[in-house]
Design a protein around this ligand. Structure first.
Ligand SMILES: Cc1cc2nc3c(=O)[nH]c(=O)nc-3n(C[C@H](O)[C@H](O)[C@H](O)COP(=O)(O)OP(=O)(O)OC[C@H]3O[C@@H](n4cnc5c(N)ncnc54)[C@H](O)[C@@H]3O)c2cc1C
Length: 161
């Protein structure tokens, strides 16, 4: 039994899992996708790997910069200028996610209910709020703060007249 199951292997879930592991916890990461990264992702388009999410990180906190350099030394390159660390991908976002997931117990699981992850001491849900709301309500969990989160619909691309 893991001390903590982290649901979601986006950058939030991966960084949490690495921090917990480094501090001695037994951690399992589950994600509905067969690979880590979530929106930190790349896709093959016409034979080329294309990043579909953020294309780098700009960091001003030295502690965060240090952690990224330690956890993804091969996948990230970094330049420091004017107190800001600019991280870019040496190959792809997918490679960054894979390196961030190094050493983690990663399993492909679609979580519909909290019971889908089995019995563990702690479960942390890191998917976006609407998905967490669904998992919580299907599992019979009422949480006023979670229920109050709403998303504004982003304006879509302009359509032809
Ligand atoms: C094109 C683009 C550009 C961006 N640029 C920037 C930028 O410049 N700066 C910035 O700060 N942010 C940017 N973002 C946003 C940034 O990518 C996200 O905020 C960040 O990656 C979210 O990480 P996360 O771990 O919170 O969530 P996610 O990456 O969404 O991870 C959630 C994970 O949960 C999993 N999951 C969901 N539901 C379930 C379920 N029921 N069971 C199991 N697993 C589940 C998903 O598969 C996913 O892997 C950009 C995003 C895009 C798409």
């Amino acid at each position: 039994m893991a001390d903590v199951v982290v649901v979601g292997a986006g950058i939030a879930g991966l960084t949490l899992a690495r921090l917990l592991s480094e501090n001695g916890a037994t951690v399992q990461v589950v994600d509905k996708a067969g690979y880590p990264g979530g929106r930190l992702s790349s896709r093959t388009v016409a034979g080329r790997l294309v990043d579909t999410g953020p294309t780098g990180f700009q960091v001003t906190d030295p502690e965060v910069a240090g952690v990224l350099q330690r956890w993804a030394p091969d996948a990230l390159s970094c330049q420091l200028s004017g107190g800001r660390w600019d991280f870019s991908y040496r190959s792809s976002a997918r490679a960054v996610a894979a390196e961030l997931a190094t050493g983690l117990d990663y399993r492909k699981v679609l979580v519909n209910l909290l019971a889908d992850v089995g019995q563990h001491t702690h479960v942390v849900l890191t998917p976006p709020a609407p998905q967490v709301q669904t998992i919580a309500s299907r599992s019979g969990i009422e949480h006023a703060g979670l229920a109050a989160i709403t998303y504004e619909k982003a304006p879509g691309p302009a359509r032809g007249v």
